[in-house]
Design a protein around this ligand. Structure first.
Ligand SMILES: Nc1nc2c(c(=O)[nH]1)N[C@H]1C(S)=C(S)[C@@H](COP(=O)(O)O)O[C@H]1N2
Ligand SMILES: [Mo]
Length: 501
Protein backbone atom coordinates (compact mmCIF):
# COMPACT_ATOMS: atom_id res chain seq x y z
CA UNK A 1 0.00 0.00 0.00
CA UNK A 2 1.42 3.38 -0.96
CA UNK A 3 1.95 6.28 1.34
CA UNK A 4 -1.29 8.31 1.82
CA UNK A 5 0.78 11.54 1.81
CA UNK A 6 1.91 10.91 -1.76
CA UNK A 7 -1.69 10.29 -2.79
CA UNK A 8 -2.58 13.71 -1.54
CA UNK A 9 0.38 15.30 -3.28
CA UNK A 10 -0.57 13.71 -6.58
CA UNK A 11 -4.06 14.89 -6.08
CA UNK A 12 -5.18 11.45 -7.23
CA UNK A 13 -7.20 8.72 -5.62
CA UNK A 14 -5.26 5.52 -5.14
CA UNK A 15 -7.35 2.41 -5.55
CA UNK A 16 -5.84 0.90 -2.46
CA UNK A 17 -6.28 3.97 -0.26
CA UNK A 18 -9.65 4.39 1.40
CA UNK A 19 -11.53 6.80 -0.85
CA UNK A 20 -12.98 10.03 0.44
CA UNK A 21 -16.54 9.30 1.40
CA UNK A 22 -18.87 9.91 -1.59
CA UNK A 23 -21.21 12.27 0.28
CA UNK A 24 -18.39 14.58 1.32
CA UNK A 25 -17.15 14.72 -2.28
CA UNK A 26 -20.69 15.45 -3.41
CA UNK A 27 -21.02 18.30 -0.92
CA UNK A 28 -17.74 19.86 -2.07
CA UNK A 29 -18.73 19.54 -5.72
CA UNK A 30 -22.11 21.11 -4.85
CA UNK A 31 -20.32 24.12 -3.35
CA UNK A 32 -18.20 24.46 -6.51
CA UNK A 33 -21.33 24.09 -8.67
CA UNK A 34 -23.19 26.88 -6.85
CA UNK A 35 -20.09 29.12 -7.06
CA UNK A 36 -19.82 28.43 -10.80
CA UNK A 37 -23.51 29.27 -11.29
CA UNK A 38 -23.18 32.54 -9.37
CA UNK A 39 -20.03 33.57 -11.29
CA UNK A 40 -21.72 32.63 -14.58
CA UNK A 41 -24.81 34.64 -13.70
CA UNK A 42 -22.66 37.66 -12.88
CA UNK A 43 -20.95 37.24 -16.28
CA UNK A 44 -24.39 37.17 -17.90
CA UNK A 45 -25.56 40.33 -16.15
CA UNK A 46 -22.37 42.35 -16.47
CA UNK A 47 -20.75 41.06 -19.64
CA UNK A 48 -23.74 39.60 -21.46
CA UNK A 49 -22.07 36.16 -21.68
CA UNK A 50 -24.48 33.34 -22.50
CA UNK A 51 -25.62 31.37 -19.45
CA UNK A 52 -25.68 27.57 -19.85
CA UNK A 53 -28.75 27.07 -17.58
CA UNK A 54 -30.69 29.36 -19.95
CA UNK A 55 -29.54 27.30 -22.94
CA UNK A 56 -30.59 24.19 -21.01
CA UNK A 57 -33.96 25.84 -20.35
CA UNK A 58 -34.34 26.35 -24.10
CA UNK A 59 -33.57 22.70 -24.83
CA UNK A 60 -35.95 21.56 -22.10
CA UNK A 61 -38.89 23.76 -23.08
CA UNK A 62 -38.34 22.50 -26.60
CA UNK A 63 -38.80 18.98 -25.21
CA UNK A 64 -41.89 20.13 -23.29
CA UNK A 65 -43.24 21.33 -26.63
CA UNK A 66 -43.25 17.79 -27.97
CA UNK A 67 -46.98 17.07 -27.59
CA UNK A 68 -46.54 13.61 -26.03
CA UNK A 69 -44.19 14.90 -23.34
CA UNK A 70 -46.44 17.81 -22.57
CA UNK A 71 -49.63 15.75 -22.45
CA UNK A 72 -47.96 13.27 -20.11
CA UNK A 73 -46.89 16.06 -17.74
CA UNK A 74 -50.29 17.64 -18.05
CA UNK A 75 -52.00 14.43 -16.92
CA UNK A 76 -49.49 13.96 -14.16
CA UNK A 77 -49.44 17.47 -12.73
CA UNK A 78 -52.35 19.41 -14.26
CA UNK A 79 -49.76 21.86 -15.54
CA UNK A 80 -51.25 24.41 -17.89
CA UNK A 81 -49.19 27.57 -17.55
CA UNK A 82 -47.01 26.13 -14.81
CA UNK A 83 -45.01 24.32 -17.50
CA UNK A 84 -42.55 27.19 -17.56
CA UNK A 85 -42.08 27.09 -13.80
CA UNK A 86 -41.56 23.34 -13.90
CA UNK A 87 -39.04 23.64 -16.71
CA UNK A 88 -37.22 26.35 -14.77
CA UNK A 89 -36.96 24.29 -11.58
CA UNK A 90 -36.03 21.24 -13.65
CA UNK A 91 -33.16 23.20 -15.15
CA UNK A 92 -31.88 24.17 -11.70
CA UNK A 93 -32.03 20.58 -10.50
CA UNK A 94 -30.41 19.20 -13.66
CA UNK A 95 -27.67 21.79 -13.82
CA UNK A 96 -26.67 21.93 -10.14
CA UNK A 97 -27.31 18.22 -9.55
CA UNK A 98 -25.44 17.27 -12.71
CA UNK A 99 -22.42 19.40 -11.84
CA UNK A 100 -22.33 18.03 -8.28
CA UNK A 101 -22.46 14.45 -9.51
CA UNK A 102 -19.76 15.09 -12.11
CA UNK A 103 -17.54 16.62 -9.46
CA UNK A 104 -18.22 13.82 -7.01
CA UNK A 105 -17.58 10.85 -9.27
CA UNK A 106 -14.41 12.00 -11.01
CA UNK A 107 -11.25 14.01 -10.48
CA UNK A 108 -11.54 17.77 -11.14
CA UNK A 109 -9.95 17.92 -14.61
CA UNK A 110 -12.12 15.05 -15.87
CA UNK A 111 -15.29 16.54 -14.38
CA UNK A 112 -14.45 19.91 -15.95
CA UNK A 113 -13.71 18.29 -19.30
CA UNK A 114 -17.00 16.40 -19.22
CA UNK A 115 -18.88 19.61 -18.39
CA UNK A 116 -17.33 21.38 -21.38
CA UNK A 117 -18.00 18.43 -23.67
CA UNK A 118 -21.63 18.04 -22.54
CA UNK A 119 -22.24 21.75 -23.07
CA UNK A 120 -20.70 21.72 -26.56
CA UNK A 121 -22.65 18.63 -27.61
CA UNK A 122 -25.95 19.22 -25.81
CA UNK A 123 -26.24 23.01 -25.80
CA UNK A 124 -25.20 23.89 -29.32
CA UNK A 125 -26.21 27.54 -28.91
CA UNK A 126 -23.24 28.08 -26.57
CA UNK A 127 -20.59 27.43 -29.24
CA UNK A 128 -17.30 25.96 -28.02
CA UNK A 129 -15.21 28.62 -26.29
CA UNK A 130 -17.75 29.43 -23.59
CA UNK A 131 -18.11 25.76 -22.54
CA UNK A 132 -14.30 25.55 -22.42
CA UNK A 133 -14.21 28.65 -20.21
CA UNK A 134 -16.86 27.12 -17.94
CA UNK A 135 -14.82 23.92 -17.82
CA UNK A 136 -11.69 25.84 -16.78
CA UNK A 137 -13.48 27.81 -14.07
CA UNK A 138 -15.21 24.68 -12.76
CA UNK A 139 -11.86 22.92 -12.66
CA UNK A 140 -10.30 25.77 -10.66
CA UNK A 141 -13.28 25.87 -8.28
CA UNK A 142 -13.25 22.12 -7.69
CA UNK A 143 -9.49 22.13 -7.07
CA UNK A 144 -9.81 25.11 -4.74
CA UNK A 145 -12.73 23.73 -2.75
CA UNK A 146 -11.10 20.29 -2.51
CA UNK A 147 -7.80 21.73 -1.37
CA UNK A 148 -9.44 23.87 1.28
CA UNK A 149 -11.99 21.38 2.53
CA UNK A 150 -10.54 17.88 2.18
CA UNK A 151 -9.72 16.36 5.52
CA UNK A 152 -7.55 13.47 6.67
CA UNK A 153 -4.70 12.38 4.34
CA UNK A 154 -6.26 10.06 1.82
CA UNK A 155 -9.71 10.09 3.39
CA UNK A 156 -11.51 10.94 6.56
CA UNK A 157 -12.07 7.35 7.52
CA UNK A 158 -8.36 6.57 7.46
CA UNK A 159 -7.31 4.95 10.68
CA UNK A 160 -10.36 6.39 12.33
CA UNK A 161 -8.29 9.40 13.35
CA UNK A 162 -9.92 12.83 13.45
CA UNK A 163 -7.76 15.93 13.96
CA UNK A 164 -9.15 19.34 15.03
CA UNK A 165 -8.49 20.67 11.48
CA UNK A 166 -10.59 17.82 10.10
CA UNK A 167 -13.52 18.77 12.31
CA UNK A 168 -13.25 22.41 11.30
CA UNK A 169 -13.22 21.45 7.62
CA UNK A 170 -16.23 19.19 8.02
CA UNK A 171 -18.17 21.96 9.68
CA UNK A 172 -17.06 24.48 7.04
CA UNK A 173 -18.13 22.06 4.29
CA UNK A 174 -21.56 21.59 5.84
CA UNK A 175 -21.95 25.32 6.41
CA UNK A 176 -20.93 26.25 2.85
CA UNK A 177 -23.11 23.52 1.36
CA UNK A 178 -26.10 24.78 3.32
CA UNK A 179 -25.22 28.36 2.31
CA UNK A 180 -25.09 27.14 -1.30
CA UNK A 181 -28.59 25.71 -0.94
CA UNK A 182 -29.87 29.05 0.36
CA UNK A 183 -28.18 30.94 -2.51
CA UNK A 184 -29.52 28.49 -5.11
CA UNK A 185 -33.05 28.55 -3.66
CA UNK A 186 -33.06 32.33 -3.24
CA UNK A 187 -31.68 32.92 -6.73
CA UNK A 188 -34.23 30.60 -8.30
CA UNK A 189 -37.22 32.16 -6.54
CA UNK A 190 -35.93 35.68 -7.36
CA UNK A 191 -35.63 34.70 -11.03
CA UNK A 192 -39.11 33.19 -11.04
CA UNK A 193 -40.59 36.26 -9.38
CA UNK A 194 -38.79 38.62 -11.76
CA UNK A 195 -40.16 36.60 -14.66
CA UNK A 196 -43.75 36.82 -13.48
CA UNK A 197 -43.66 40.47 -12.40
CA UNK A 198 -42.70 41.56 -15.92
CA UNK A 199 -45.15 39.31 -17.67
CA UNK A 200 -48.72 39.78 -18.72
CA UNK A 201 -48.91 36.41 -20.46
CA UNK A 202 -47.09 33.12 -20.46
CA UNK A 203 -45.39 32.38 -23.75
CA UNK A 204 -47.18 29.49 -25.43
CA UNK A 205 -45.27 26.24 -25.49
CA UNK A 206 -44.53 25.12 -29.06
CA UNK A 207 -46.69 22.12 -29.91
CA UNK A 208 -49.30 22.95 -27.28
CA UNK A 209 -52.61 24.40 -28.55
CA UNK A 210 -52.65 28.22 -28.43
CA UNK A 211 -54.91 29.89 -25.86
CA UNK A 212 -58.41 30.72 -27.14
CA UNK A 213 -58.48 33.86 -29.26
CA UNK A 214 -54.79 33.81 -30.19
CA UNK A 215 -54.04 33.83 -33.93
CA UNK A 216 -51.57 31.16 -35.08
CA UNK A 217 -48.48 32.65 -36.74
CA UNK A 218 -49.39 31.11 -40.13
CA UNK A 219 -52.76 32.87 -40.02
CA UNK A 220 -51.47 36.16 -38.65
CA UNK A 221 -52.38 39.00 -41.04
CA UNK A 222 -49.56 40.37 -43.13
CA UNK A 223 -49.19 43.80 -44.73
CA UNK A 224 -46.05 45.26 -46.24
CA UNK A 225 -45.04 48.21 -48.37
CA UNK A 226 -42.80 45.73 -50.21
CA UNK A 227 -43.56 42.78 -52.42
CA UNK A 228 -43.26 39.89 -50.02
CA UNK A 229 -40.39 38.46 -52.08
CA UNK A 230 -38.48 41.71 -51.52
CA UNK A 231 -39.11 41.90 -47.78
CA UNK A 232 -35.83 41.90 -45.85
CA UNK A 233 -34.50 38.48 -44.86
CA UNK A 234 -32.05 39.44 -42.15
CA UNK A 235 -29.32 37.17 -40.84
CA UNK A 236 -29.02 36.78 -37.08
CA UNK A 237 -25.22 37.02 -37.43
CA UNK A 238 -25.04 40.13 -39.61
CA UNK A 239 -27.98 42.08 -38.14
CA UNK A 240 -27.37 44.82 -35.61
CA UNK A 241 -29.36 47.62 -34.03
CA UNK A 242 -27.71 51.04 -33.72
CA UNK A 243 -29.11 53.48 -31.18
CA UNK A 244 -27.71 56.96 -31.71
CA UNK A 245 -28.46 60.67 -32.05
CA UNK A 246 -29.26 62.60 -28.87
CA UNK A 247 -28.25 59.80 -26.52
CA UNK A 248 -25.55 59.78 -23.86
CA UNK A 249 -23.78 56.65 -25.17
CA UNK A 250 -24.50 55.59 -28.74
CA UNK A 251 -24.53 51.81 -28.90
CA UNK A 252 -24.77 49.03 -31.44
CA UNK A 253 -26.40 45.82 -30.28
CA UNK A 254 -26.00 42.40 -31.81
CA UNK A 255 -28.89 39.98 -31.47
CA UNK A 256 -27.34 38.21 -28.45
CA UNK A 257 -26.79 41.55 -26.69
CA UNK A 258 -30.55 42.02 -26.46
CA UNK A 259 -30.72 39.19 -23.92
CA UNK A 260 -29.47 41.62 -21.27
CA UNK A 261 -32.91 43.25 -21.20
CA UNK A 262 -35.55 41.76 -18.89
CA UNK A 263 -37.92 39.64 -20.99
CA UNK A 264 -41.56 40.64 -21.26
CA UNK A 265 -44.44 38.64 -22.73
CA UNK A 266 -47.71 40.32 -23.63
CA UNK A 267 -50.85 39.27 -25.48
CA UNK A 268 -51.76 42.04 -27.93
CA UNK A 269 -53.96 42.62 -30.93
CA UNK A 270 -52.45 44.24 -34.01
CA UNK A 271 -54.53 45.80 -36.77
CA UNK A 272 -53.68 47.51 -40.03
CA UNK A 273 -55.04 51.04 -40.35
CA UNK A 274 -56.29 50.08 -43.82
CA UNK A 275 -58.41 47.22 -42.48
CA UNK A 276 -61.98 47.83 -43.71
CA UNK A 277 -64.94 47.32 -41.36
CA UNK A 278 -65.33 43.55 -40.91
CA UNK A 279 -61.97 43.01 -42.62
CA UNK A 280 -59.28 40.42 -41.94
CA UNK A 281 -56.24 42.68 -41.37
CA UNK A 282 -56.35 42.25 -37.60
CA UNK A 283 -54.83 39.45 -35.49
CA UNK A 284 -54.05 38.68 -31.89
CA UNK A 285 -50.69 37.27 -30.77
CA UNK A 286 -48.60 36.57 -27.70
CA UNK A 287 -45.56 38.76 -28.20
CA UNK A 288 -42.21 38.35 -26.47
CA UNK A 289 -39.48 40.94 -26.20
CA UNK A 290 -38.33 43.67 -23.86
CA UNK A 291 -39.21 47.22 -22.92
CA UNK A 292 -38.17 50.16 -25.11
CA UNK A 293 -37.60 52.11 -21.88
CA UNK A 294 -34.98 49.57 -20.77
CA UNK A 295 -33.08 50.10 -24.03
CA UNK A 296 -33.35 53.90 -23.76
CA UNK A 297 -32.11 53.73 -20.17
CA UNK A 298 -29.12 51.70 -21.39
CA UNK A 299 -28.03 54.43 -23.84
CA UNK A 300 -29.19 57.41 -21.78
CA UNK A 301 -31.30 60.24 -23.22
CA UNK A 302 -29.93 63.76 -23.80
CA UNK A 303 -32.27 66.45 -22.60
CA UNK A 304 -32.67 68.04 -26.06
CA UNK A 305 -34.21 64.82 -27.44
CA UNK A 306 -37.90 65.13 -28.43
CA UNK A 307 -38.56 62.30 -30.88
CA UNK A 308 -37.68 58.66 -31.36
CA UNK A 309 -37.09 57.85 -35.04
CA UNK A 310 -37.21 54.26 -36.28
CA UNK A 311 -35.51 53.00 -39.41
CA UNK A 312 -36.01 49.53 -40.85
CA UNK A 313 -33.97 47.38 -43.24
CA UNK A 314 -36.49 47.98 -46.06
CA UNK A 315 -36.20 51.76 -45.75
CA UNK A 316 -39.47 51.99 -43.77
CA UNK A 317 -39.44 54.83 -41.26
CA UNK A 318 -41.67 55.86 -38.38
CA UNK A 319 -41.44 58.19 -35.40
CA UNK A 320 -42.87 58.76 -31.95
CA UNK A 321 -42.76 61.80 -29.65
CA UNK A 322 -40.34 61.00 -26.80
CA UNK A 323 -43.03 61.51 -24.15
CA UNK A 324 -45.10 58.77 -25.77
CA UNK A 325 -42.07 56.57 -26.38
CA UNK A 326 -41.30 56.52 -22.64
CA UNK A 327 -44.49 54.58 -21.90
CA UNK A 328 -43.14 51.36 -20.30
CA UNK A 329 -45.77 49.39 -22.23
CA UNK A 330 -43.91 50.01 -25.50
CA UNK A 331 -42.09 46.85 -26.47
CA UNK A 332 -39.36 45.75 -28.83
CA UNK A 333 -40.37 42.34 -30.07
CA UNK A 334 -38.29 39.26 -30.83
CA UNK A 335 -40.95 36.54 -30.48
CA UNK A 336 -44.47 35.77 -31.61
CA UNK A 337 -46.51 32.97 -30.01
CA UNK A 338 -43.49 31.54 -28.24
CA UNK A 339 -41.30 31.28 -31.33
CA UNK A 340 -38.64 33.59 -32.71
CA UNK A 341 -40.26 36.19 -34.94
CA UNK A 342 -40.26 34.88 -38.51
CA UNK A 343 -38.89 36.88 -41.44
CA UNK A 344 -42.38 37.89 -42.56
CA UNK A 345 -43.36 39.45 -39.23
CA UNK A 346 -40.11 41.28 -38.61
CA UNK A 347 -37.16 39.06 -37.65
CA UNK A 348 -35.16 39.85 -35.68
CA UNK A 349 -36.72 42.92 -34.07
CA UNK A 350 -39.91 44.93 -34.42
CA UNK A 351 -41.72 47.67 -32.54
CA UNK A 352 -45.01 47.17 -30.65
CA UNK A 353 -46.76 50.29 -29.34
CA UNK A 354 -50.13 49.48 -27.74
CA UNK A 355 -53.25 51.27 -28.96
CA UNK A 356 -51.77 52.13 -32.38
CA UNK A 357 -52.31 50.67 -35.82
CA UNK A 358 -49.70 48.48 -37.53
CA UNK A 359 -48.14 51.38 -39.43
CA UNK A 360 -46.69 52.62 -36.11
CA UNK A 361 -45.00 49.23 -35.58
CA UNK A 362 -41.97 48.93 -37.89
CA UNK A 363 -40.56 45.47 -38.53
CA UNK A 364 -36.88 44.61 -39.25
CA UNK A 365 -35.63 47.67 -37.39
CA UNK A 366 -31.92 48.51 -37.65
CA UNK A 367 -31.71 52.07 -36.28
CA UNK A 368 -33.24 54.03 -33.45
CA UNK A 369 -32.32 57.71 -33.49
CA UNK A 370 -33.19 60.25 -30.81
CA UNK A 371 -33.73 63.62 -32.37
CA UNK A 372 -34.89 67.17 -31.61
CA UNK A 373 -36.85 67.22 -34.88
CA UNK A 374 -39.58 64.87 -36.06
CA UNK A 375 -39.32 63.02 -39.35
CA UNK A 376 -42.75 61.93 -40.56
CA UNK A 377 -42.98 58.19 -41.21
CA UNK A 378 -43.30 56.36 -44.51
CA UNK A 379 -47.13 56.26 -44.51
CA UNK A 380 -47.51 59.63 -42.77
CA UNK A 381 -45.76 61.22 -45.78
CA UNK A 382 -48.43 59.48 -47.87
CA UNK A 383 -51.25 61.17 -45.96
CA UNK A 384 -52.03 58.50 -43.37
CA UNK A 385 -52.63 59.45 -39.75
CA UNK A 386 -49.64 60.59 -37.75
CA UNK A 387 -50.68 59.18 -34.37
CA UNK A 388 -52.61 56.24 -35.91
CA UNK A 389 -54.56 55.47 -32.74
CA UNK A 390 -56.89 52.50 -33.09
CA UNK A 391 -60.63 53.09 -33.53
CA UNK A 392 -63.05 51.11 -31.39
CA UNK A 393 -64.07 48.17 -33.62
CA UNK A 394 -66.16 45.01 -33.56
CA UNK A 395 -66.56 42.25 -36.11
CA UNK A 396 -68.87 39.27 -36.68
CA UNK A 397 -66.96 36.09 -37.55
CA UNK A 398 -69.73 33.52 -37.14
CA UNK A 399 -71.80 33.09 -39.25
CA UNK A 400 -69.24 34.17 -41.86
CA UNK A 401 -70.12 37.14 -44.07
CA UNK A 402 -69.21 35.13 -47.18
CA UNK A 403 -71.49 32.08 -47.76
CA UNK A 404 -73.14 31.86 -44.34
CA UNK A 405 -75.10 28.65 -43.73
CA UNK A 406 -77.64 28.89 -40.87
CA UNK A 407 -80.33 26.24 -40.32
CA UNK A 408 -83.82 27.32 -39.18
CA UNK A 409 -85.09 26.29 -35.73
CA UNK A 410 -81.69 25.26 -34.39
CA UNK A 411 -79.64 27.06 -31.78
CA UNK A 412 -76.46 28.56 -33.14
CA UNK A 413 -74.08 31.23 -31.90
CA UNK A 414 -73.27 34.59 -33.38
CA UNK A 415 -69.63 35.13 -32.54
CA UNK A 416 -66.94 37.69 -33.11
CA UNK A 417 -64.33 39.98 -31.61
CA UNK A 418 -64.19 43.59 -30.40
CA UNK A 419 -61.09 45.68 -29.89
CA UNK A 420 -59.95 49.06 -28.63
CA UNK A 421 -57.03 50.61 -26.74
CA UNK A 422 -59.12 50.36 -23.56
CA UNK A 423 -61.05 47.37 -22.23
CA UNK A 424 -64.28 46.46 -24.05
CA UNK A 425 -67.17 46.72 -21.59
CA UNK A 426 -70.19 45.82 -23.75
CA UNK A 427 -71.02 44.32 -27.14
CA UNK A 428 -74.50 44.45 -28.68
CA UNK A 429 -75.82 42.43 -31.60
CA UNK A 430 -78.81 43.10 -33.81
CA UNK A 431 -80.45 40.54 -36.09
CA UNK A 432 -83.26 42.80 -37.34
CA UNK A 433 -81.47 45.55 -39.24
CA UNK A 434 -80.55 47.54 -36.10
CA UNK A 435 -84.11 47.95 -34.83
CA UNK A 436 -83.40 46.04 -31.63
CA UNK A 437 -80.13 45.09 -29.93
CA UNK A 438 -79.22 42.27 -27.57
CA UNK A 439 -76.19 42.20 -25.31
CA UNK A 440 -73.61 39.55 -26.16
CA UNK A 441 -71.62 37.54 -23.65
CA UNK A 442 -67.99 38.70 -23.43
CA UNK A 443 -65.07 36.30 -23.12
CA UNK A 444 -62.83 38.17 -20.74
CA UNK A 445 -59.45 38.68 -22.48
CA UNK A 446 -56.25 37.76 -20.68
CA UNK A 447 -54.73 41.15 -21.46
CA UNK A 448 -56.16 44.66 -21.76
CA UNK A 449 -54.29 44.93 -25.07
CA UNK A 450 -55.94 41.86 -26.57
CA UNK A 451 -59.24 41.76 -28.42
CA UNK A 452 -62.35 40.59 -26.59
CA UNK A 453 -64.12 37.58 -28.11
CA UNK A 454 -67.92 37.63 -27.67
CA UNK A 455 -70.90 35.41 -28.48
CA UNK A 456 -74.68 35.42 -28.49
CA UNK A 457 -76.97 32.38 -28.66
CA UNK A 458 -79.43 32.60 -31.59
CA UNK A 459 -82.26 30.29 -32.68
CA UNK A 460 -83.70 31.87 -35.85
CA UNK A 461 -86.82 30.90 -37.82
CA UNK A 462 -86.52 30.65 -41.59
CA UNK A 463 -86.18 34.07 -43.21
CA UNK A 464 -83.89 36.92 -44.15
CA UNK A 465 -81.89 38.66 -41.39
CA UNK A 466 -79.54 41.61 -41.24
CA UNK A 467 -76.88 41.09 -38.59
CA UNK A 468 -74.94 43.97 -37.05
CA UNK A 469 -72.63 44.47 -34.09
CA UNK A 470 -71.46 47.45 -32.03
CA UNK A 471 -69.10 47.68 -29.06
CA UNK A 472 -68.53 49.95 -26.08
CA UNK A 473 -65.52 50.76 -23.96
CA UNK A 474 -66.75 52.58 -20.88
CA UNK A 475 -68.01 55.92 -22.19
CA UNK A 476 -66.57 55.38 -25.64
CA UNK A 477 -69.14 54.16 -28.14
CA UNK A 478 -68.22 52.58 -31.45
CA UNK A 479 -68.70 55.15 -34.23
CA UNK A 480 -71.72 54.43 -36.39
CA UNK A 481 -70.78 56.65 -39.33
CA UNK A 482 -69.24 54.66 -42.18
CA UNK A 483 -65.84 56.12 -42.93
CA UNK A 484 -63.04 54.91 -45.21
CA UNK A 485 -59.77 53.70 -43.74
CA UNK A 486 -57.74 56.60 -45.17
CA UNK A 487 -56.51 58.55 -43.24
CA UNK A 488 -57.53 57.63 -39.65
CA UNK A 489 -58.80 54.04 -39.90
CA UNK A 490 -62.23 52.78 -40.94
CA UNK A 491 -65.33 53.26 -38.77
CA UNK A 492 -68.93 52.02 -38.95
CA UNK A 493 -70.79 48.89 -37.89
CA UNK A 494 -70.04 45.51 -39.36
CA UNK A 495 -73.38 44.42 -40.89
CA UNK A 496 -74.48 41.86 -43.50
CA UNK A 497 -77.44 39.78 -44.63
CA UNK A 498 -78.01 36.16 -43.68
CA UNK A 499 -80.59 33.84 -45.24
CA UNK A 500 -81.85 31.20 -42.78
CA UNK A 501 -83.54 28.11 -44.27
N1 LIG B 1 -40.25 47.73 -42.07
C1 LIG B 1 -41.58 47.73 -42.24
N2 LIG B 1 -42.37 47.68 -41.16
C2 LIG B 1 -43.70 47.67 -41.28
C3 LIG B 1 -44.31 47.77 -42.56
C4 LIG B 1 -43.44 47.81 -43.69
O1 LIG B 1 -43.87 47.84 -44.84
N3 LIG B 1 -42.10 47.78 -43.49
N4 LIG B 1 -45.67 47.81 -42.64
C5 LIG B 1 -46.40 48.25 -41.47
C6 LIG B 1 -47.84 48.02 -41.56
S1 LIG B 1 -48.72 49.10 -42.53
C7 LIG B 1 -48.49 47.05 -40.83
S2 LIG B 1 -50.16 46.95 -40.85
C8 LIG B 1 -47.73 46.10 -40.01
C9 LIG B 1 -48.12 44.68 -40.35
O2 LIG B 1 -47.43 43.79 -39.53
P1 LIG B 1 -47.59 42.21 -39.77
O3 LIG B 1 -47.49 41.98 -41.26
O4 LIG B 1 -46.49 41.57 -39.03
O5 LIG B 1 -48.95 41.82 -39.27
O6 LIG B 1 -46.33 46.23 -40.17
C10 LIG B 1 -45.89 47.58 -40.21
N5 LIG B 1 -44.47 47.60 -40.17
MO1 LIG C 1 -50.91 48.73 -42.12
Amino acid sequence: MSNPESNLQNGKQNKNAPAQHFWWRLLRAWIAAVLLSVIGYAALVWAGLAYPPIALFGVLTQALGVPAVFQFLHKLLGLGQDAKLLAFSGVAVLWLGGLSLLGAVSVPWAAAGMLALLCIVGLGSLGWWLPLLYGLVFWALLEGVNRLLTFGPGGERLQGVTTPTDTARRLTTLGLAAGGAVVAGGGLSALLKQGSADTTAAAPVPGQPLPFGVTPVEQFYYVSKNLEAFDPRLSAEKWSLTVSGLVQTPKTYRLADLKQFAPVTSERTLSCISNPVGGPLISNGIWGGFRLTDLLRDVGIQKEARFVLWKAADGYTESLPLGEALDPENLLITQLNGEALNAKHGFPLRVLIPGRYGMKQPRWITNITLSAEDQPGYWVKRDWSKAARVELMSRIDQPPEIDPVVKAGRQTFIRGVAFFSQPITKVEVSTDGEKTWREAELVRPRSIYAWTPWQLAWTPEAGQYTLAVRAYSGDTVQKKADKDALPEGATGYHRFEVKVS
